[in-house]
Write a protein that binds this ligand. Structure first.
Ligand SMILES: C[S@@+](CC[C@H](N)C(=O)[O-])C[C@H]1O[C@@H](n2cnc3c(N)ncnc32)[C@H](O)[C@@H]1O
Length: 276
């Protein structure tokens, strides 16, 4: 989830906690992103560019969708994360996924992609319109441009309202207007596409929602707090004693179960259009 810039936690290395966080993230957001990519028209045999690959989750979904006759090229500027991405791709045996270590705003890339895709990337870029416009030059005419971004205009929540969940959501949701990633990039996708010279995009909004004993969201939220804790402590906003991160997932689960409630995690908005 990207209320957090996970770059730092990725950079912490392939720690067990970080690996667990990525696995849960893939469990929670993977199906949503997969459906988004299918809606956008990604399919067998395509050559797809994945922008800001991170630990490779989207590249792995794309590899599955394009199959052995397609190919995926991922661009990522953090070499430490790239190692994780490459190791994950190797582990499942794809040979048609390649990663390039570089900055998407300046790197030289092929110009015959069938699609350019990104998740949780435009929100990190200072000039998303300019980047999108540049990426258009990498896609063939009729190719797909598909991006999925968070939007905290609609913050994560629970039903019914639950005090511990509410407190944790406040810790993990940056105030509007704060530095860092654009918290409203999801809602801005439409305008960003138009400003980049694309036709009116199709849009969808998804949110992971779940409850019950086995919902991975409790642990995922606790993992997010764990990775934010050093920063939040440094800012004097809370202390590790207040949080008791080791028991947090269990307490969130108990709270939700006690209320027979559901937890809604950060939403993702997706936009897709075809290059004229
Ligand atoms: C929040 S992560 C998302 C990773 C992945 N797309 C996913 O959905 O799991 C954003 C990634 O974009 C990378 N990134 C940010 N700016 C970039 C740039 N200008 N060029 C290449 N990668 C960039 C970061 O290093 C980080 O790994």
């Amino acid at each position: 989830m990207s209320a957090v810039d996970p770059s730092d936690s990725y950079a912490l290395g392939r720690s067990t906690a970080e690996t667990r966080r990525l696995i849960r993230q893939a469990q929670i957001y993977g199906p949503i992103t997969r459906q988004f990519l299918v809606s956008a028209g990604i399919g067998t045999g395509m050559k797809v560019l994945d922008v800001g690959s991170g630990a490779g989750d989207v590249a792995l979904l794309l590899a599955d969708l394009v199959g052995p006759r397609g190919s995926v090229v991922g661009v990522e500027m953090n070499p430490v994360i790239l190692e994780t991405a490459q190791a994950r791709v190797n582990a499942v045996g794809w040979t048609n996924v390649t990663f390039i270590d570089g900055d998407v705003t300046s790197i030289a890339l092929d110009d015959d992609f069938d699609a350019v895709v990104g998740r949780w990337i435009l929100m990190y870029l200072p000039e998303p319109v300019a980047v999108l416009r540049g990426l258009l030059g990498r896609v063939r005419s009729g190719g797909i441009i598909a991006f999925q971004e968070n939007d905290f205009t609609y913050p994560p929540t629970t039903f019914p309202p639950a005090p511990l969940h509410q407190q944790v959501m406040r810790w993990t949701t940056p105030p509007t207007g704060s530095d860092g990633p654009d918290q409203q990039m999801g809602s801005k996708l439409h305008q960003t596409y138009l400003d980049a010279g694309l036709p009116e995009p199709q849009l969808r909004l998804d949110a992971p929602v779940g409850g019950g004993e086995n919902w991975p969201g409790y642990a995922y939220v606790a993992d997010t707090v764990r990775s934010l804790l050093p920063m939040l402590e440094q800012m004097g906003l809370l202390s590790s004693e207040d949080v008791d991160v080791e028991t947090l997932a269990d307490r969130l689960r108990a709270e939700a179960l006690g209320l027979r409630g559901v937890q809604m995690l950060p939403i993702v908005m997706g936009a897709w259009a075809r290059k004229p």
